[in-house]
Design a protein around this ligand. Structure first.
Ligand code: PLP
Length: 400
């Protein structure tokens, strides 16, 4: 029941299963399909070369493959041009890039608006920018289901708002956020907009031109691709507002000892040698994902999610956090510490996430020191959940 037709494509999930490990932590990082491993190995075993600099054949080949991934990412996100795709080392680096590169556009008293559920990656860069420039960080509250409260957002996003940065999908609550409405509110006040798609990009294709944000960030490793690679999409006009932030090879146009001029995006924001193998393998990841039946994937994940939610609801004393839309559930158990529970689960080979999920302010606002999060990938199956529930029952029996 609930077999995954894609499981055999993922050697990592099979290797872990062989070790007695049930991997239920895909929102932290996902396992990789064989084609991604092949692409990584293919680049190295075929002869590594740096990109964008050498005239030789290996360099040309690497550059072609690297730029093909940029095109694939642009196509994946329906960007207007591949020049709107900057490769970074992850969502965290993309958000830090934005916070530093936009710094000069802010004046004291300007407001940056985030939401109460942000991952630290989409909180701390803005918080620290606000401290450097004496800006006000405005935090949008949530409704009881775990989405940004639009009534309050309409009063908090105003003429002093210079930038809105919100998550598309919460990594703790698993709930899609009302991004379209929030973007409309921000645009009405002429604010720049940033969407943290680190989780959202994993669950469905998103069309940048239709969404209309200025910037969108995501991480390859959560999207079944290699780690060390992030994508920063920027609308052409928005990219033109960025100041260069990291300096070195490749991003420069002209340099003498005392001054330099820099390339525009994307290369102007990719200083130094990029993660070449990873970017090439991200292209292979997108090819793989693009070849899947998207409706079948989301149907499979939805069926697993129902089973997960039903199993949690059937057990006494389990409190679900929010109302998740995607195959993820964070929960606490009355009277128990989530770290004790996580310890017993991991002793039984169940790999779930426990703790504050890099969203300490959200957890504090919920009055929690931690929670357990189960997050599923397209390779999980019904048997994974059965193992989880049997380990959960055993743990609850021991702890109670
Ligand atoms: N934003 C959200 C919503 C996340 O879930 C994560 C990672 O968990 C990040 C940002 C940061 O991503 P990365 O660690 O890949 O930079």
């Amino acid at each position: 029941m609930l077999d995954s037709p894609w499981r055999a494509d993922f050697p990592g999930i099979l290797a872990l299963a062989g070790e007695g490990q049930t991997y239920l932590d895909s929102a932290a990082t996902a396992q990789k399909p064989q084609v991604v491993l092949d692409a990584l190995l293919g680049y190295y075993s075929g002869g590594a070369a740096n990109v964008h600099r050498a005239q030789h054949l290996p360099g040309e080949r690497a550059t072609r493959a690297f730029e093909a991934s940029r095109l694939a990412a642009a196509h994946w996100l329906n960007a207007a041009s591949s020049d709107e795709i900057i490769f970074t080392r992850g969502s965290t680096e993309s958000l830090n890039l934005l916070a530093y590169s936009l710094e000069e556009t802010f004046s004291a008293g300007d407001e940056i608006v985030i939401s109460a559920l942000e991952h630290h990656a989409n909180l701390l860069p803005w918080q620290q920018l606000a401290r450097r420039k004496a800006l006000k960080l405005v935090v949008l509250p949530l409704d009881p289901l775990g989405a940004v409260d639009l009534h309050q957002a309409a009063t908090l996003i105003g003429p002093r708002t210079r930038l809105l940065a919100v998550s598309q999908l919460s990594n703790v609550l698993g709930r899609w956020q009302p991004v379209r409405e929030l973007l409309a509110l921000a645009r009405a006040h002429g604010a720049l907009t940033v969407i943290d798609g680190a989780q959202g990009a994993v669950h469905g294709r998103h069309d940048m031109q239709a969404m209309g944000c200025d910037f969108y960030v995501c991480s390859s490793h959560k999207l079944y691709g290699p780690d060390g690679v992030g994508v920063l999409y920027g609308r052409r006009a928005a990219l033109a507002q960025l100041r260069h932030w990291q300096f070195g090879g490749e991003m420069v146009q002209q340099a003498d000892y005392h001054s330099a001029s820099f390339r525009p995006a994307p290369l102007g924001f990719e200083a130094g040698t990029p993660p070449i193998a990873g970017v090439i393998a991200l292209g292979a990841t997108l090819d793989y994902l693009g070849g899947l039946d998207a409706a079948a994937v989301s149907g499979h994940e939805a069926a697993l999610h129902l089973k997960l939610l039903a199993g949690l609801a059937a057990r006494d004393g389990i409190q679900l956090l929010g109302t998740p839309h995607v195959a993820l559930a964070s929960f606490t158990v009355d009277g128990l510490h989530s770290s004790d529970l996580a310890h017993l689960l991991s002793e039984q080979g169940i790999a779930v996430r426990a703790g504050h999920h890099c969203a300490m302010p959200l957890m504090n606002s919920l009055g929690l020191s931690g929670a357990i999060r189960v997050s599923l990938g397209l390779y999980n199956d019904g048997a994974d959940l059965e193992r989880f529930f049997s380990a959960l029952d055993k743990s609850l029996e021991l702890l109670r």
